[in-house]
Design a protein around this ligand. Structure first.
Ligand code: NAD
Length: 504
């Protein structure tokens, strides 16, 4: 087993412990292997995870709620000021763990952990975020005010592709708002979650306020149906997001469920080509394409294809792949598992079979010092048509489709025909084209000359259609609303005459 990641708190890693009621508890063995995708080695075991584990975590979170709810917001915020400091101090260790278990490059890991840190900073502002409204003398001698109060036990179920950032989208704000929390991390990347939990414990978060339960569907189902769970935040693939939303809401819970994506990038003939190539290359191949905001299809309009493609293919061919678990870093790391690699290869093959052409081919890319790693090089498939499987399904790998269109209307129509609605972007120097796109495109996050228009902590992460099930999105003010319930208090006092100062 590889132990070269900074195991600075000596948590036993085989199998990963659960964190329940402030204790790191041995969990049921026999779960799934955790790989270092750079080498294909097994580095830990994610426990099987049982309904009993979930029930124990809910009991601990439920018991911790009354005292935490009564803790003043400024004191809750102070835990996160301390947490922010600890995350910053251990920033490199967190990034290296992300590199080790996920395969992101150090630069990518750093970017994602930084996005997570911004969410902690946002949560530090919770005393102001929880301000209510008041209206004096709403009716004669009657005043009215609103209070935002926490819900109780909240749950976060997270995907493999951002081991630190996505959990940090959820628990700092939920807890700062006065809730208690159970994190169910992805079975593929449980180690970063453990590190985040250790640091929150060190920051002084009281026992039971934050809990971690590892495992798969049995744990999720137990949490989704438990009567003491009040809200579920989910991020993952669309079929699971839909299942979580339907099951959770049927059991009376608030649910926000982010799903998968297929993001279109429209390139107009007047786009700045060198800058667009750079943006497209990062959007499509950054994080080996394993991002819900990855640019997966470039739609070239008119002459844009001839101007763009030679440089884009050269940029893809220049991307160096390699191990991300060592100090020397490549441009791009591996994908998460060998099964996932096979799935991506299958989708590219289906495109070829249906008539598309591979114009940059990373399929047989090898890393000499890691022959068992899960590698794929940057791949571009030209001549993709809207009805092909490759055009419809989320690939989640370093593959960029190219579709050629005659005009912007057609490009918007094809973009809008997608079942997903996470992100879309346009590259142009025309204000008019940009405005048309912004107004008419059916996606929740839109980039204008920005390839990955993922929102930061203060703005909601606004997926539409099959990319989101629910009403209130993750991050920003919507998330404050999601993690609180509003109470309206109407007040009238009776008493003797106090005089009328205005008459004097
Ligand atoms: P996934 O749906 O397989 O797993 C996500 C979580 O759900 C994990 O914790 C997993 O244990 C659990 N899970 C999986 N199958 C389940 C089932 N049948 N019943 C109950 N729980 C189940 O997703 P993944 O492969 O880990 O992550 C990649 C996906 O996440 C991609 O589709 C990507 O687009 C999406 N994603 C979306 C966003 C967003 O904000 N929209 C962000 C990141 C990732």
């Amino acid at each position: 087993m590889t132990r070269d990641w900074p195991n600075f708190m000596n948590t036993p890693l085989l199998p990963c412990p659960n964190f329940i009621g402030g204790e790191w508890l041995p969990a049921t063995p026999g779960g799934s292997p955790v790989y270092n995708p750079s080498t294909g080695d097994v580095i830990a075991e994610c426990p099987a995870g049982t309904a009993a584990d979930a029930a124990a975590a809910v009991a601990a979170a439920h018991a911790a709620f009354p005292a935490w709810r009564e803790t003043p917001a400024v004191d809750r915020a102070r835990v996160f000021f301390k947490y922010r400091q600890l995350v910053e101090q251990n920033f490199e260790a967190i990034c290296r763990t992300v590199c080790l278990e996920h395969g992101k490059t150090f630069t990518e890991a750093r970017g994602s952990v930084f996005r997570g840190l911004e969410n902690i900073e946002y949560a530090c502002g919770v005393p102001s975020l929880l301000f209510g409204d008041t209206l004096g003398n709403m009716a004669r001698n009657v005043d009215c005010e609103t209070l935002l109060q926490p819900l109780g036990v909240c749950v976060g179920i997270t995907p493999f592709n951002f081991p630190a950032m996505v959990p940090l989208w959820m628990f700092p704000l939920a807890i700062a708002c006065g809730n208690t929390f159970i994190l169910k991390p992805s079975e593929k990347v449980p180690l970063t979650a453990i590190l985040l939990g250790q640091l929150l414990e060190q920051a002084g978060c009281p026992k039971g306020v934050f809990n971690i339960v590892h495992g798969g569907r049995p744990v999720v189902d137990a949490l989704l149906t438990h009567p003491q769970v009040r809200a579920i935040s989910f991020v993952g693939s669309s079929p699971v997001a839909k299942y979580i939303y339907e099951t959770g809401t049927r059991h009376g819970k608030r649910v926000q469920a982010n799903g998968g994506a297929k993001n279109y990038l429209v390139i107009m003939p007047d786009a700045d080509i060198p800058k667009t190539v750079e943006a497209l290359s990062t959007a499509a191949f950054g994080c080996a394409g394993e991002r819900c905001m990855a640019g997966s299809t470039a739609i070239t309009v008119g002459a844009a294809a001839e101007r763009l493609l030679p440089s884009l293919v050269a940029a893809a061919n220049a991307i160096k792949i390699g191990r991300t678990d060592q100090p020397a870093q490549p441009d791009m790391g591996p994908v998460i598992t060998s099964q996932h690699r096979e799935r991506v290869l299958g989708l590219v093959a289906s495109g070829e079979k249906e008539g598309a052409k591979v114009i940059a081919d990373g399929r047989s890319a090898k890393v000499l010092d890691a022959p068992r790693g899960f590698y794929l090089g940057a791949t571009i498939v030209d001549g993709v048509e809207a009805n092909m499987t490759l055009a419809r399904e989320e690939v989640f790998g370093p593959v960029l489709n190219v579709m050629r269109m005659d005009d912007l209307d057609r490009a918007i129509a094809v973009t809008n025909a997608s079942a997903f609605g996470n992100g879309a972007a346009i590259f142009t120097n025309s204000g008019f084209a940009a405005r048309e796109f912004k107004q008419r495109v059916k996606a929740g996050m839109v980039g204008i000359n920005v390839g990955v228009p993922a929102t930061m902590a203060m703005f909601p992460f606004t997926g539409w259609d099959d990319s989101f099930y629910g009403d209130l999105h993750i991050q920003g003010r919507e998330a404050v609303q999601f993690y609180t319930q509003q109470k309206v208090i109407t007040t009238r006092w009776f008493g003797g005459e106090v005089g009328d100062v205005w008459k004097k």
